[in-house]
Design a protein around this ligand. Structure first.
Ligand code: C2E
Ligand code: MG
Ligand code: MG
Ligand code: MG
Length: 283
């Protein structure tokens, strides 16, 4: 059935529960083999310094080319990988690939950039997560200051004491941590104060309505000013329009990421972009 739908046309079975269960198991089984079958690819999305338009980093984003279903979006398979625990080995592959790619760019003579890698809750809660991260980074030969890990606000809040401990250990290794999807979880200002993170990423749901709706506008403004009071760098994700960009610049947001600048792209295209231009026009 899935084959008939064509390689690039991933679709959910909707006929019955049975088929949903079957499909889930099927995805789980193919996920288990996807790393060794080399079906994963990382795409990279530029992060831009809002003051001067320079590319200062990239977020690594996972893509899965399923042999039958074609391109499966992360939101369709990451929750399954997470529940089944397969995310732990996939996540190590992601980290290794991202660190090696970043090192490769530096070795080819490009200016060093920050690489941001998403960590799932399951990975974050592994006993040896800090050793694992630092070992992979070290094997890739990448400086710790060029690696940033993104954990979501909801991951961070699952066990605040554990989060503070792990983030502190990462910090001691010189690795940065950012709080992703900020604003949609259980944000409490009191938690934020206790977390030794470096960066806060405003969720794209707030950025989307920044200029149309005064509530989102007010939230974005106060998140930026709060973050700065706590000495955090603020990144806005999902920036799609000039209006959103100018608003964020006006409010002093530090970095932006979104389709206005670039979609996530394969490594070769990023390299081309870096060789052609190192700067976007902001105003
Ligand atoms: P995220 O970490 O919040 O990543 C940002 C998402 O927003 C990405 O979706 C990106 O493609 C998308 N995006 C970027 N700019 C724009 C824009 O201007 N407009 C809109 N509408 N979207 C934009 P993507 O690549 O589909 O990833 C979705 C989520 O899957 C990520 O959200 C992250 O939570 C998860 N994910 C992706 N790669 C990994 C990974 O390697 N490991 C883990 N644990 N999770 C990952
Ligand atoms: Mg992220
Ligand atoms: Mg995010
Ligand atoms: Mg998000």
């Amino acid at each position: 059935r899935a084959k008939e739908l064509g390689r690039n046309n991933y679709q959910l079975y909707t006929e019955s529960m049975n088929q949903k269960v079957f499909q889930r198991l099927d995805i789980e089984n193919s996920l288990r083999r996807a790393v060794e079958r080399e079906e994963f690819v990382l795409f990279y999305q530029p992060q831009i310094d809002i003051r001067n338009g320079k590319i200062v980093g990239f977020e690594a984003l996972l893509r899965w080319y399923h042999p039958d279903y074609g391109l499966v979006p992360p939101m369709e398979f990451i929750p399954i990988a997470e529940e089944s625990g397969i995310i732990v080995s996939i996540g190590e592959w992601v980290l290794k690939t991202a660190c090696m790619q970043n090192k490769k760019w530096i070795d080819s003579g490009l200016e060093p950039h920050l690489i941001a890698v998403n960590l799932s809750a399951r990975q974050f809660q592994q006993n040896n997560v800090v050793e694992m991260i630092d070992r992979i980074r070290c094997e890739a030969g990448l400086g710790p200051e060029l690696l940033e890990l993104e954990i979501t606000e909801s991951t961070a809040m699952q066990d605040l004491d554990l989060t503070i401990d792990v983030v502190n250990q990462l910090r001691k290794k010189g690795i940065r941590v950012s709080l992703d999807d900020f604003g949609i979880g259980y944000s409490s200002l009191n938690y934020l104060k206790q977390l030794p993170i470096d960066t806060l990423k405003i969720d794209k749901s707030f950025v989307r309505d920044i200029t149309a709706n005064s509530k989102e506008e007010a939230i974005a403004k106060s998140v930026i000013s709060l973050a700065h009071k706590l000495n955090l760098t603020v990144v806005a994700e999902g920036v799609e329009t000039k209006e959103q960009l100018l608003f964020l610049k006006e409010e002093g947001c530090d970095k932006v990421q979104g389709y206005l600048f670039s979609k996530p792209l394969p490594a070769e295209e990023i390299e081309k972009m870096l060789r052609e231009k190192e700067r976007f026009i902001i105003d």
